[in-house]
Design a protein around this ligand. Structure first.
Ligand code: PGA
Length: 310
């Protein structure tokens, strides 16, 4: 069936007004042009769509049926127009992001996929720990934040978008690698390499141990996930990091995840922004993109592709 969007719009206008004259006025077309398009449409479907009753045109059964589809087609066309317009406007947008140092390990994969969709958006990303992120939020700095659990605060819009499993890591030669089930209290006896205070990972670990009435006896502090990984590999002790930061090392067998009771300690990643700082168009698009991908399960699959043991 050969029918054009132009014809469906003309048909809808004639139905709405019940008159060719009024429809042609609304569409700024001549009456013969409208009649001709309507006739062509009837020829295309092979049935009359309207019949004259007195001065008004009424729909036939076929007309009523076709109208439903015409409305859907125009709705889809309007939707496409709106999306294209938004994309055009996004050609020169910008996005300033600040992410937790742990988020850095996967955020770039999201950014690469987002950049492929909106290549015109200029992106800047700052990588820092939880405490500095909270300061940047207070300072109205940056459009969007990707971080662990933010504080309860009415001024913030907070959307969870992905799981964050914290795991205990050890060097492959560590004695505990041979143990099939490790009790949580066993961790107290082990030297640990932990993140700096101000890190969300550290806060979560300490909170979890305190809930169980435990504390680490011996710990060395380092201010990055990379430093912790290297220290654990060098045999300085055990570490607790997000599994997102060690997928390569676990895959290569240079680090091992220990089966400790209560681990992985399941946390969540959140997309956060201030309610009273309007989002740039680029930031709005990124937020929409992350939430869409999160709902469809795509985000979980993205770092998962890189995580053979995930
Ligand atoms: P961080 O990660 O440890 O790099 O601050 C953020 C978080 O887990 O909340």
């Amino acid at each position: 069936m050969n029918l054009s969007l132009r014809q469906t719009r003309i048909f809808e206008a004639v139905v709405e007004h019940g008159s060719i004259t009024k429809a042609s006025e609304q569409l700024h077309l001549t009456q013969p042009a409208v009649s001709m398009q309507l006739r062509k449409l009837e020829e295309a479907v092979g049935m009359p769509l309207m019949e004259r009753v007195g001065r008004r045109l009424h729909l036939t059964d076929a007309g009523r049926e076709l109208l439903k589809y015409c409305r859907r087609l125009s709705h889809t066309a309007r939707e496409a127009e709106a999306v294209m317009k938004a994309m055009r406007e996004l050609e020169h947008g910008s996005l300033s992001l600040a992410v937790a140092s742990t988020v850095n390990y996967f955020a770039t994969h999201f950014i690469a996929a987002f950049h492929a969709r909106y290549p015109g958006i200029q992106i800047s990303m700052e990588v820092t720990n939880r405490e500095s992120l909270l300061q940047a939020l207070r300072d109205y700095d940056k459009d969007l934040f990707l971080m662990g659990q933010p504080p309860a605060d009415e001024a913030l819009v907070v959307e969870p978008f992905m799981d964050n499993p914290l795991v205990v890591i050890a060097a492959p030669r560590h004695a505990l690698v041979e143990v099939a089930e490790i009790g949580l209290e066993r961790l107290q006896d082990e030297p640990f390499v932990v993140r700096e205070s101000g890190s969300g990972t550290r806060m979560a670990l300490e909170g979890f141990l305190a809930e169980h009435g435990l504390a680490l006896a011996s710990q060395m502090e380092m201010n990055s996930n990379e430093a912790i990984k290297q220290a654990v590999m060098a045999g300085l002790g055990l570490g607790v990091v997000s599994r997102h930061t060690v997928y390569l090392e676990l895959g290569a067998g240079v680090l091992r995840e220990l089966p400790v009771a209560g681990f992985p300690l399941m946390r969540q990643w959140f997309l956060v922004h201030r309610r009273d700082r309007p989002l740039s168009r680029g930031a709005e698009a990124f937020k929409r993109y992350i939430l869409e991908q999160s709902q469809s399960g795509e985000l979980e699959r993205l770092p998962g592709k890189l995580m053979p043991l995930g």
